[in-house]
Design a protein around this ligand. Structure first.
Ligand code: SAM
Length: 403
């Protein structure tokens, strides 16, 4: 049953037994790993692409949650720009108030704070919330939901903007989120969120965008239907080049704003390409299978030819590809990553050891499998000596290829 509208959900992709994508395990803890069955379907009524099983939120989002927004220079720049966009275009009145759901380490809100604007982050993970607080960002430690929205409104007054990046698609219980936003948002306020876009996932075969935390994959059509269901209207969309292709959705209360032409244009382009049709989604599933087999074939060839292989970027999304394709330390002996909390641990399910990025040069890789393909430009520029020394990058999005 559809988590948004109760309609019939047709499964189109079975990604098999998967661990928690951010649960990097100690070498002696592998026996206790949590797994679930990752299946994806589309709602016949509202087109929402969603998982068929939910992982309890506390298993994914806890005090040792390892993802930090500030890990990429490009994302830091993106969030500074985002803050300025919100401040310029959406913070109305003499004393505006901006709330961010999933504020993480405060990267976006730090720019709002620097502008002297009232703000509040809502973030359940203690570690990253403390990093934000240390930077002077105001954070409430909680999962955002209906009651939290009402409490913030009672304490701080209505919000002009409720913003979320890479968070709304993580939350199955969006009915409660919308009720919380309804309680919190000023009459002319906006709810702005950005998340990976179904159009990009299908076009780029980026199936690793689907993992435990990414419960939904949004499109303009599904967000439009969802907004209407909860008393809102999709009034603007903007495609973003970050994280492999996202859309920023702007929602206002129904009737409060006239939707921009960009909304109708994006919905029409989705309809024209049959984005939410089962035939399209089944064709995508066949591509997922082909690419996974190609990738394993390429890695076997590299291993058999005696080349030194490693992974680069122990991303959450790499859990999907390694566990679905069956890639373990025999094919990728280790992966380099800059996140201290992941180093010395094993990647979830695949048990590929994670090593500090500083050890990368001394390892002397011939080929690097770029799990963090969404940051390809930034990483390849940073590691230019690798290619200069004859090393080559192995990518699998949108196709398996060596750069
Ligand atoms: N917004 C940041 C960014 O884009 O870099 C962080 C994104 S991170 C992938 C998802 C964040 O959402 C995590 O920090 C997580 O703790 C938070 N989160 C998950 N469920 C939430 C909820 N119900 N309310 C508030 N935050 C939530």
């Amino acid at each position: 049953m559809c988590r948004i509208c109760g309609g019939v959900v047709n499964e189109f992709l079975d990604l098999g037994r998967q661990p928690l994508s951010d649960a990097f395990v100690e070498p002696d803890e592998t026996a206790d790993e949590f797994y679930y069955h990752l299946r994806v379907g589309v709602c016949e009524s509202c087109s929402m692409v969603q998982q068929l099983a939910e992982v309890p939120r506390e298993r994914m989002f806890h005090d040792s949650y390892p993802y930090v927004s500030s890990g990429s220079v490009r994302m830091r720049e993106h969030f500074t720009r985002t803050a300025h966009d919100l401040l310029e275009c959406e913070s109305t009145g003499s004393d505006p108030f901006i709330v961010e759901i999933g504020s993480n380490d405060g990267t976006m809100l730090a720019a709002v704070r620097a502008a002297g604007v009232r703000h509040l982050g809502v973030e359940p993970c203690g570690g990253v919330a403390d990093v934000a607080r240390a930077a002077g960002v105001r954070v409430r430690s909680a999962f955002f939901e209906e009651a939290v929205g009402a409490e913030i409104a009672a304490q701080d007054g209505p919000a002009n903007v409720v913003f979320a990046a890479n968070t709304i698609c993580h939350i199955p219980y969006l009915d409660s989120i919308f009720r919380g936003i309804d309680a919190l948002l000023a009459p002319d306020g906006v709810f702005v969120f950005e998340d990976p876009y179904l159009g990009d996932v299908i076009e780029k075969n980026s199936f690793d965008q689907i993992y435990d935390e990414h419960f939904y994959v949004f499109s303009a059509r599904s967000v439009q239907a969802m907004a209407r269901r909860f008393g809102f209207e999709l009034v603007d969309v903007r495609r973003l080049p970050v994280h492999g292709g996202e859309v920023r959705y702007t929602l206002a209360r129904a009737g409060a704003r006239t939707p921009s032409a960009a909304v109708a244009a994006l919905v029409a382009s989705e309809d024209a390409r049959g984005l939410a049709e089962l035939s399209t989604l089944h064709a995508f599933a066949a591509e997922v299978d082909r690419i996974s087999r190609d990738l394993v074939g390429q890695l076997e060839k590299l291993r058999d030819s005696g080349l030194r292989v490693a992974g680069y970027g122990a991303t959450a999304k790499s859990a999907t590809v390694t566990n679905y394709a069956g890639i373990g330390p025999d094919l990728v002996p280790c992966v380099f990553d800059t996140t201290p909390a992941k180093q010395g641990r094993l990647m979830p399910g695949s048990h590929i050891p994670v090593r500090p990025a500083e050890e990368f040069a001394e390892y002397g890789a011939d080929r690097l499998l770029l799990f963090a393909w969404n940051h390809a430009e930034e990483i390849i520029a940073k590691e230019k000596d690798f290619a200069r020394g004859g090393g080559r990058w192995l990518l699998y999005v949108p196709e398996v290829r060596l750069l």
